[in-house]
Design a protein around this ligand. Structure first.
Ligand SMILES: NC(=O)c1ccc[n+]([C@@H]2O[C@H](COP(=O)([O-])OP(=O)(O)OC[C@H]3O[C@@H](n4cnc5c(N)ncnc54)[C@H](OP(=O)(O)O)[C@@H]3O)[C@@H](O)[C@H]2O)c1
Length: 339
């Protein structure tokens, strides 16, 4: 028997309903793995879940969080993929191993449809875990299951980004910064937008070739067209949603890719469907990714020795402060919880 500390949302939505509780875990049976999680990372989705904006009908109480990394403590008798001591991360979708997404996948999302991993220990099926690269710390590995796999799925798996292409990345949050790192590792030229000149400096230090402050240059799509000599970019990492999509469609080249990932912006006016078909734009809806995509991401990170960018680490006991910090939008890259 193991006792874990877990972060539950209990009794309603909102920060006041975040509770640290103790949970007893039995020994793993069958294909189960008992993991001692050492670090977790916050995603914008966790904020939406907590505030009741993600799924207002979500059943409570619920252990939050989709992304964590730690060490295997013990395994059930039918487990073949892991042994005690292995370093592992959670899969965002416990039920998506490979291939295309299907209808069953959404029901297996940690920290949404099922209990998550903002917990010092949890039991998960072996199919819900993946080994992490040796050179990454637990904090770094904990940034990967949602943000890393999403950026990989959009830009690399489906987008096939390659050297010579230009990628436009909106903002400097968790998905955007790992997307910047992956795009550079694939030899692309990268344009990053941000509300902050200081964050744009940091993006340049990570390899961004061009930067645009979307506050001081609200018509940032026109600036992208100027920077690309009117051609437009090959890919847009679209984390803004309806408030930024029209400008993203303007900034992408003829037959370019817009990877639809996020919903961070205020609602916009809607999009010009004619421009999509006249430019033959590929709209790529991205919903995190599978275990095999995570494996591809791990291989690319390892080959390029990419270090995921962590802005700040909070102790689990200060989870509320971590959520408020994420909500403030002050971060660059990822916000992490030490478990
Ligand atoms: N589809 C999927 O599978 C999937 C997976 C992961 C995330 N998401 C979604 O993708 C989005 C990003 O997630 P995240 O976890 O990376 O969030 P995050 O770390 O909280 O990102 C916040 C940053 O986004 C930028 N931003 C906000 N409004 C913007 C706007 N109007 N234009 C450009 N940038 C803007 C800001 O960057 P600056 O401070 O630099 O301005 C802000 O700091 C969220 O909507 C999330 O729900 C979807």
């Amino acid at each position: 028997m193991t006792t874990a500390t877990v972060l539950r949302l209990r009794g309603g939505f909102g920060f006041d309903h975040l509770q640290l509780e103790q949970a007893d875990l039995a020994d793993p049976v069958g294909n189960e793995v008992l993991v001692q999680f050492r670090a977790a990372s916050l995603n914008y989705r966790d904020l939406m879940v907590t505030l009741g904006h993600y799924n207002p009908k979500m059943e409570l109480p619920r252990i939050l969080g989709s992304d964590a990394a730690g060490q295997v403590l013990s395994v059930g008798p039918s487990v073949t993929a892991f042994s005690p001591g292995d370093r592992v991360a959670s899969l965002f979708f416990q039920g998506w191993q490979s291939g295309e997404i299907d209808q069953s996948v959404g029901k297996s999302a940690l920290g949404g449809s099922i209990d998550g991993v903002f917990a010092t220990a949890r039991i998960l099926p072996e199919t819900g875990l993946i080994k992490i690269p040796d050179y990454l710390s637990y904090e770094q590995a904990a940034t990967l299951p949602c943000a890393g796999v999403t950026a990989w799925n959009g830009l690399v798996e489906k987008g096939k980004v390659h050297a010579g292409e230009t990628v436009l990345i909106l903002g400097t949050g968790g998905v955007s910064i790992i997307a910047l790192q992956l795009a550079k590792a694939h030899g692309a030229t990268v344009i990053v937008t941000s509300s902050s000149d200081e964050k744009l400096e940091r993006a340049r230090a990570l390899g961004a070739d061009q930067t645009i402050n979307y506050r001081s240059t609200p018509e940032w799509d026109a600036e992208v067209l100027r920077l690309t000599e009117k051609r437009g970019v090959d890919h847009v990492v679209e984390v803004g949603g309806s408030g930024t999509l029209a400008r993203s469609l303007n900034a992408v080249r003829q037959a370019g890719h817009v990877h639809l990932i996020g919903v961070l912006s205020e609602p916009g006016k809607g999009v010009d469907v004619l421009s999509v078909l006249r430019k033959s734009i590929y709209l790529n809806g991205v919903y995190v990714g599978s275990r095999s995509m995570f494996a591809g991401l791990n291989a690319a990170l390892t080959a390029n020795r990419i270090e995921p960018v962590i802005d700040k680490v909070f102790p689990l006991a200060d989870a509320r402060a971590a959520f408020e910090y994420l909500q403030s939008g002050s971060h660059f890259g990822k916000v992490v919880l030490a478990l």
